[in-house]
Ligand binder design. Structure first.
Ligand code: ZN
Length: 189
């Protein structure tokens, strides 16, 4: 007959105590003078310091190096087609938009410098964009980008596109961003 007391071995108290100590401090700490020569001790301390520094650097720089792809917001991938195409164009051809103003008033309101700022807020060191949601709900931004695309598709230069777009949006001229015109030699891209 198996009783409860048979399942729990009865250990004498001193043994249990030493088990607990072993769990808490599995490797008994070395007390008293180190057995290593002085130079060895210093280099070991330096080594440990270097390990700690390397670990800290690895955590921060690895986090930076292997940071996940910045998340693409819903409005870039799932918005209406003309909005999606405008974002895609801003990502692929930022130079085409950098010299084209936006006429919606975002220059005064949001400090935008060109219609590019309505779409791309920033780029990281790898050139990956972070987006501005401004372009989602602004029909003027969408129209400007659409016109840039149409002019370039028709074989015009950015300079020519700028002239035509300025003309088209002349009723909104006082809302235009302060955007320097393209360099005379800026073509196509
Ligand atoms: Zn805008």
């Amino acid at each position: 007959m198996v009783t409860e007391s048979a399942l729990i071995p009865d250990e004498p108290e001193p043994v249990r105590e030493s088990l607990v100590n072993r769990v808490i401090d599995p490797v008994p700490r070395q007390r008293g003078p180190s057995l290593l020569p002085r130079s060895e001790r210093i280099s070991r301390r330096r080594f440990l310091g270097a390990v700690a520094l390397a670990a800290a650097a690895a955590t921060s720089s690895a986090g930076w190096l292997y940071a996940r792809e910045p998340e693409t917001p819903w409005y870039v991938t799932g918005g209406p087609e003309d909005v999606r195409l405008s974002y895609a164009f801003a990502v692929e051809q930022p130079e085409a938009l950098r010299h084209i103003p936006c006429y919606c008033g975002c220059g005064r309101q949001d400090g935008h410098r060109s219609v590019l700022d309505c779409y791309i807020a920033d780029r990281d060191l790898f050139g990956r964009p972070s987006y501005d949601s401004h372009g989602v709900a602004c029909p003027i931004c969408t129209a400007v980008v659409g016109q840039v695309q149409a002019h370039l598709a028709a074989g015009k230069t950015i300079e020519q596109a700028r002239v035509e777009i300025d003309q088209f949006f002349s009723p909104y001229a006082n809302h235009a961003t302060d955007t320097p015109p393209p360099d005379k030699h800026t073509h196509g891209q």
